[in-house]
Design a protein around this ligand. Structure first.
Ligand SMILES: Cc1cc2nc3c(=O)[nH]c(=O)nc-3n(C[C@H](O)[C@H](O)[C@H](O)COP(=O)(O)O)c2cc1C
Length: 310
């Protein structure tokens, strides 16, 4: 048995070569990291979040280093759905792994428009909804309020007919298990757990906010154990019985971090901040997972999903 056999697995009916995916907003539109390594070595790339219209995003500084992670306030800078689907078409066909399209918006209709456009694009294998945006009509965060999330999915779920629909949860929700239950009840095929934690950093010399947007999203090593707990709780309380796979995402930089997510109940494992430190770090994670699977006496990594609950 070779490494690729041990790591191959099914995700919502998609055959994946391995469980490692590159997280939204950290790997461009798909091909950018091809220069760093052969993308065929990972399972999927998630595009940066795409909105209906192009967005410049926030002014700099919009990424800063923090001791055990990173803060970002990119502000959803992206080319917009039309340019993504037309100008980026040739580059997307060069991606040798699965491509998941990330959808963002500030109004339900924007999510509907972008998700339905992606649903019709042959190069996109699955659609991930980034619900960590406030709804412009009521100011509520789609990802922090189960009523707002349910209302959003009631409209978006029917327009995604060809591809798995993944809902990316916000760790800022008071009760993320409740949000996961709402997403599943509203038709989500899978969950990504999770986006960044709302955070802030202040320069003590200038007495100014370090990010131009003042607030940003915190990611990286420090958040990993918190997200492991969230994956564990969502798997145990809702996802396992509903048979909905989880993408564990937060602070993975070593294979052991990815293995922890799998034992907690994740089917796939995302990597984001680690790519800024070493763009080739997914390769070591993939190799480590293959060795770990064999060392655990398993033929396939899927046998280890949720194993801590046994
Ligand atoms: C610079 C940067 C940009 C990001 N942009 C997006 C984005 O466009 N859409 C999204 O859903 N998540 C975005 N994220 C969040 C990541 O996809 C991921 O959920 C988060 O960083 C936690 O994973 P990590 O600790 O491995 O980075 C971004 C993260 C970073 C660091």
């Amino acid at each position: 048995m070779n490494a690729s056999d041990a790591l191959a697995l099914d995700f919502c009916g998609l055959s994946m070569s391995c469980p490692v995916v590159l997280a939204a907003g950290t790997a461009g539109y798909g091909v950018e990291l091809n220069d760093a390594f052969d993308l065929a070595k990972v399972g999927a790339v998630v595009t940066k979040s795409i909105t209906r219209a192009p967005r410049e995003g926030n002014s700099p500084p919009r990424i800063i280093d923090s001791r055990a992670g990173m803060l970002n306030a990119i502000g959803l800078a992206n080319v917009g759905i039309d340019a993504f689907l037309s100008e980026q078409r040739s580059t997307r066909s060069a991606v040798q792994c699965r491509l998941f399209g990330s959808v963002a918006g500030h109004a339900t209709q924007e999510y509907i428009d972008v998700a339905s456009a992606m649903d019709g694009d042959p190069h996109i294998d699955a659609i991930e909804l980034n619900v960590s945006c406030p709804n412009t009509s009521d100011g509520l965060q789609f990802g922090e309020c189960p009523v707002a999330l349910t209302a959003l999915l009631r409209e978006v779920r029917p327009v995604v007919t060809r591809k798995p629909l993944i809902v990316k949860l916000s760790p800022n929700a008071t009760d993320i298990v409740n949000m996961a239950a709402a997403a599943i009840a509203s038709g989500a095929d899978a969950l990504t757990v999770a986006n960044t934690f709302t955070a802030m950093a202040i320069d003590v010399n200038t007495r100014a906010f370090r990010l131009s947007n003042k607030r940003g999203g915190y990611s990286g090593t420090a958040i990993h154990p918190i997200i492991v707990r969230m994956v564990h709780d969502i798997y145990a309380n809702v996802a396992r019985d509903a048979r909905k796979p989880i993408i564990g995402l937060g602070g993975v930089s070593r294979w052991e971090d990815a293995a922890e997510f799998i034992l907690a109940g994740a089917t796939l494992v995302g990597m984001g901040t680690a790519l800024f430190i070493d763009p080739r770090s997914p390769l070591a994670v993939v190799d480590g997972l293959a060795r770990w699977t064999r060392a655990q006496g398993c033929s396939h990594i899927a046998e280890l999903i949720g194993a801590v609950h046994a």
